[in-house]
Write a protein that binds this ligand. Structure first.
Ligand code: HEM
Ligand SMILES: *[C@@H]1O[C@H](CO)[C@@H](O)[C@H](O)[C@H]1NC(C)=O
Ligand SMILES: *[C@@H]1O[C@H](CO)[C@@H](O)[C@H](O)[C@H]1NC(C)=O
Length: 323
């Protein structure tokens, strides 16, 4: 009897240990649609440091690429799910997503290529381009001073990239209600949509994205700031206007700009005009920690949009081409 009890106790201990390990290392399945935090633990253990090093090196060289990487991940996820399709080049018979006018000056493809090359040397055929992009965006947020967070991995790469699919992207002329509706189709609440818009704490918009607000000055726009935007546009459609005063810093200055009616895009400023969203803008302007928390949660969620798994996808050899 006594030995049976000992065996039971030992078994219990083993089970508890297994549970601790699975929770600790995120081997659990289900909650993240089958992805997990340590998907590459055995197959490519250095995947995260490799991504981090190459992203850091690229951003040391050009800090404006942080915005580019985050935006690229967003576009990838909103068009046919986070499946690396934004990375595919057009071919003879097919115009890819990236060549749509809505590519809106996406940049940073070389950073993804560099990471892929290094990972192919270390663990060929293992790490998907969709995961690389998701990890690169996470590192970019952290590099720019934003929250540090871990994302589940195991996305497969898609085989489709078509210019017409870019219709799913929100337009800078959308009002808050339209933004709520469109993000709602992807399963986001109004508050999550506002938190995600906070990515505009980084980077720039080109004149072509906001000049419609200037010919007949948008009443939601501060009159001094309208002059600033007009001055930017004297250099042409591609002239760049930073979203806020700290274009390379991930902070809540963007939300404070909205409070002063200094939002660059109509879609930014309307978040503070609309009674459906203005309280979230206010909260994030007052409390950066709250913005960081909501942003990281919403980014993890965005990274799970319509992911492809198993035979639904592949691990591309080259992020620009299907196998
Ligand atoms: C809420 C709806 C959104 C709209 C209407 C929108 C629209 C735009 C537009 C028009 C630009 C400027 C493009 C140009 O003129 O070249 C831009 C830039 C940017 N967007 Fe958004 N966006 C939205 C949401 C997001 C989300 C959810 C993210 C990421 C999580 C994001 C990240 C960025 C970044 C980082 C830039 C700057 C890119 C750079 O400097 O290279 N945006 N966005
Ligand atoms: C974006 O699309 C335009 C055509 O609308 C194309 O000329 C440009 O090369 C594209 N940019 C990228 C980075 O693919
Ligand atoms: C938002 O835009 C839609 C479509 O243009 C329009 O029907 C709606 O009235 C607008 N809402 C507000 C509050 O302006």
């Amino acid at each position: 009897m006594k030995s049976l009890k000992m065996v039971m106790v030992k078994l219990m201990t083993v089970f508890m240990l297994i549970e601790v390990i699975t929770c600790q290392f995120g081997f659990g399945f289900g909650a993240d649609g089958g992805l997990n935090m340590n998907y590459y633990l055995m197959s490519c253990p250095f995947v995260e440091p490799v991504v981090k090093n190459i992203v850091n090196r690229a951003l040391d060289n050009d800090p404006t690429l942080a915005a580019a990487l985050i935006r690229m991940h967003f576009h990838d996820c909103f068009i046919q799910g986070c499946d690396g399709s934004i990375l595919l080049d057009s071919t003879k018979g097919n115009t890819a997503e990236k060549d749509s006018p809505a590519n809106l000056s996406l940049r940073g493809y070389e950073v993804i290529d560099d990471i892929k090359d290094e990972l192919e040397r270390r663990c060929p055929g293992v790490v998907s381009c969709a995961d690389i992009l998701a990890m690169a965006a996470t590192e970019a947020v952290f590099y720019a001073g934003g929250p540090v967070y871990n994302i589940p991995k195991g996305r497969k790469d898609g085989r489709r990239s078509k210019i017409e699919d870019t219709r799913n992207l929100p337009s800078p002329t959308f009002n808050a209600s339209e933004l709520i509706r469109q993000f709602g189709l992807h399963g986001f609440s109004a508050q999550e949509m506002v938190a995600l818009s906070g990515a505009h704490t980084l980077g720039v918009a080109r004149c072509s994205s906001f000049k419609n607000r200037l010919s007949q000055v948008d009443p939601a726009l501060d009159s001094e700031f309208a002059k600033t935007l007009s001055r930017t546009c004297t250099s042409g459609d591609n002239a760049e206007q930073p979203f806020d005063a700290t274009r390379n810093d991930f902070d809540n200055v963007y939300f404070n700009a909205l409070l002063r009616r200094n939002g660059v895009l109509f879609s930014d400023q309307d978040l503070y005009t609309s009674p459906r969203t203005w309280n979230f803008v206010n909260a994030y302007a007052m409390n950066e920690a709250l913005f960081f928390l909501d942003f990281q949660r919403a980014m993890v969620k965005m990274g799970l949009l319509d992911i492809k798994q198993g035979s639904n996808g592949e691990v591309r050899d080259n992020c620009r081409k299907i196998n």
